[in-house]
Unconditional design. Sequence first.
Length: 665
Amino acid sequence: MNSLPFLTMPAHQVPAAIAEHLATAEEQIDAIVSYAGRPSFANTFEALEKTLQQVEVAVNCVETVEAVAGSAALREAWMVSEPAVTRFWNTLYLNERLWSCLDSFARSDTARSLPADKQRHMEKVLREFKRQGAGLLDRHKQVLAQIDAELQRATSRFEHNLIDAMNAFAFYLEDERDLAGLPNWVRKQTRAEARNRGCEGHCFTLKAGLVSAVLECAESQSLRRVIWTAFNSVAAAPPFDNRPVINRILDLRRRRARLLGDVCFSEHVLRDRMIGSPVAVLAFLEALMEKTRPFFDREVAQLRGFAVSTVGKRGEPIAPYDEVYLSEGLRRERYHFDQEELRPYFPLSAVLEGIFEIISRLFGCRVVEKTGEDLWHPDARGFEVIGPDGRLVGRFLGDFYARPGKREGAWVRTLEWKPPSGPQTIALITNFLPPGPDRPCLLAHREVQSLFHEFGHLLHFLLSRASTRALSADEVAWDFVEVPSQLFANWSWEESALRLFARHWQTGAPLPADNIAAVRRSRDFGIARDQMRQIGIAHLDIALHTGWPQLQGGDATAFARDLLQDHVLGDLPEEYALICRFMHAFKDPEGSASGYYGYLWSEVMEADIFSDFQTQGLFNKKLGNKLKTTVLGAGDSRDAQDLFLAFKGRPPDIGALLRRNGMVR
Ligand SMILES: [Zn+2]
């Protein structure tokens, strides 16, 4: 039986149940602010925490099931409830009585004598209230509310323009010869698309898988050019033009930051991150770029050499629409390695057992499947994680197979907290190809890697022993949250780990050693070009949010093109407008904007931590325990830099990432 009613609640009951939860929460908040006795941590911050936790558990469960169960009824039910939930949060932060109740308790002598974790809890809550406008003058609050509403509109306009512009594109080909090199599924899909539109031949759209298939495989350069150009200039012209929308978003974000006392948006959001400031981000990117540049140049030279030997282009620069094609060709020539051929060695059940074995060796925890749980879909499975002392550490609900209506991708989400130190429940969602009549669920290596990644998040969330939800692992600084997940993914590349589980599902034969070597080598292929591009995008994400509107006379598209030109190999054409589909920065009012650097930043940290396992043993239990006590178990009870320091004894070193990526001379 599951203890979370929202996971299996019939859709028609959801709106009333959510409304009831919100009403109860509002009553409890009223009780907090009208309490006449002596204020204490328990009747202020802790009481609020308990109230918010109930709301979050309900919302997390409904949102998760809505995303994976794919029922139209639940989607509709959630559309009714969602605005009420948004309203609840907005009112909460602007509740003047609540703010003064919290703020005045935090200033009291009683509060100042509380232990460090409670101090941190109070600081975090107050900071969040301030970021949402608490404590501002009334007229400033009004301006802030206006800005927020406009930002909401502008960012959804950005997303809708992009979707509409993507959908509006269609390119028709009649001659089969133009399809040379493309896999069969592309031919089928484009033929079906044309037929749907009442046309002969093939119709190319900008669907994600299709774009990369064309860029990787199409022998026709003109097809590659058409698709590349369309993809990289999408939403950059009327009627779905994101250029003015971007200007508007940047302007609103800058005004919002100023109103709250910061000079620019980046400064405003990075204050609470591990890295601390835009200046620190730029210095980090600069240092990484300097080290990456020589390897980037070397890879570019190799690709040029390959271009000369295959397509006979002597001395000409490589066009941007040829890069992926040439790069794939060179990769195939070097490694003869096809992800698909390895699937039989990675049945899901064996990969899971392998992961459980690694968890047991490193952390002494056992994972046990619990059958007979009542969940949102027959494919969803319940698991328990048992600690070395035999106590329940937490539960997770795994839903592994793709099915119609289920949201794509892989992710984990906390459904329920039970602090202090109580077991949590977490959803683990992936979208693997379901088993067929004659074979089990078989994974490509990139999916194995992604499953390890999600288990890294899962372990972080489950092992955290924080005293409250506000200090749990879910709440760590955004530029640290990917460290445990990326760290755990390292095991999926290591021979001794692969030996534990990579076996042919029919013959039981282990994955051949030369396949393992090929998997490992292909990981580094093109890595400097990739890293260089990432650095460029991360730099752009900061530059836009610090220098606006002085950039290039207000033309953000031209500014972005010039900046990125330094990070790619071919000449970017005039119409290049990646920025108009830069969802990461523009799809939410704040979201992950100014945070792109975080991928590289956390890679540096996880590579640095992982190097200890490489030298002291991949299954070294002592080291696993150290990781558990210093990083995973700490949740957000201390600043991220302190967690890292506690494990490594020094600040992060970019050398670790460079060494792992083979960028050492
Ligand atoms: Zn992740």
